[in-house]
Design a protein around this ligand. Structure first.
Ligand code: NAP
Length: 281
């Protein structure tokens, strides 16, 4: 146990939460949904009063993007309202809140990468609920928007692509949605830096290197020793059936505020991709 004040990490068994707990080391107290449902206001207040953390990192979220289209109330309760409850509880004990958000707060129609000050215009229930969460945490919190998150823990596109590659000779991925793949192993330590510095405001934090899902699938196959020519491109409009929630065509988040704060640029995604595939295969 550390002598430093504790850091409370919600959603601690999720993909990002697991790596964030590891990144804070023995300062971290991780709570998963079974221990703390963040929509339970009384439980949130009671736990935070008991733990008296100096930092709270909210990695809990309802992330099933398509399911959010039908479970609207739950999406807004978890992603929209609960972050505000965490912010109020944080304030009551003098803790700093770092809240994780998403590229889905944007429409994806901009030609260039999105900077932190660009107008938001979410097109899905998930995106609208996450934007409500950003607004609920207030100006004192750190809001980190990331995109296309992959890691060792929990389901993600790297694992999906590797699984499909084992069972299908040919794979098809859209080439009209582009973004910055981001790896929990790199994002988690960066969150520690931002949280420890108590840097309020919005930060875009991703790995570097713009690709479409088609390009990314080819990178994953090549890195895992498969023939990337097994992947074919298609258009989002050709997906049958179409996905219930619209995806942003442009998910590219420029890490402008992170750079302006004097931080070193994050790595090209191909480096953590290689490391993740070495772990997974
Ligand atoms: N994954 C991506 O591509 C991506 C991209 C951009 C931004 N983000 C953001 O990054 C953050 C972390 O995402 P992730 O990929 O780590 O998602 P994840 O693996 O789905 O983790 C989210 C965790 O939150 C928990 N949770 C759900 N409802 C809860 C509640 N009411 N109370 C407490 N915990 C609850 C989930 O528990 P259960 O499993 O038990 O439901 C899960 O362990 C989220 O804010 C997400 O919006 C993700």
């Amino acid at each position: 146990m550390s002598d430093l004040p504790p850091v409370l990490v919600t959603g601690s068994s999720g993909q990002l939460g697991t790596d964030v707990v590891a990144a804070f080391g023995d300062r971290a107290i991780g709570v998963d949904r079974a221990t703390l449902d963040i929509t339970d206001e009384a439980a949130v207040g009671k736990l935070i009063e008991a733990v008296e953390p100096s930092i709270i990192v909210n990695c809990a979220a309802y992330t099933a993007v398509d399911d959010c289209e039908t479970n609207v109330e739950l999406a807004f309760a978890v992603n929209g309202v609960a972050p505000g409850v965490l912010a109020a509880a944080a304030k009551s004990v003098g803790a700093h809140l770092l809240h994780v958000s998403t590229d889905y707060v944007f429409s994806g129609t901009k030609a260039d990468p999105y900077v932190e000050t660009d107008p938001t215009d979410p097109q899905s229930v998930y995106g609208r609920s996450k934007l409500a969460g950003e607004r609920a945490v207030g100006p004192d919190a750190t809001i980190v928007r990331t995109s296309w998150l992959c890691g060792e823990h929990g389901p993600n596109m790297v694992k999906t692509i590797l699984r499909l590659a084992d069972s299908h000779p040919h794979l098809t991925f859209v080439d009209d949605q582009r973004g910055h793949p981001s790896f929990a192993a790199d994002i988690a330590p960066a969150l520690v830096e931002l949280a420890d510095a108590r840097m309020a405001g919005i930060f875009h934090l991703t790995n570097q290197g713009v690709v479409s899902w088609y390009d990314f699938a080819r990178e994953v196959l090549a890195t895992a020793g498969h023939d990337p020519a097994r992947v074919s491109p298609c258009a989002t409009a050709d997906l049958d059936p179409p996905r219930p929630a619209p995806r942003p065509a442009n998910s590219v988040l420029d890490n402008a505020a992170w750079r302006a704060a004097g931080r070193a640029p994050t790595r090209d995604f191909r480096e953590p991709l290689r490391e993740l595939i070495a772990i997974l295969t």
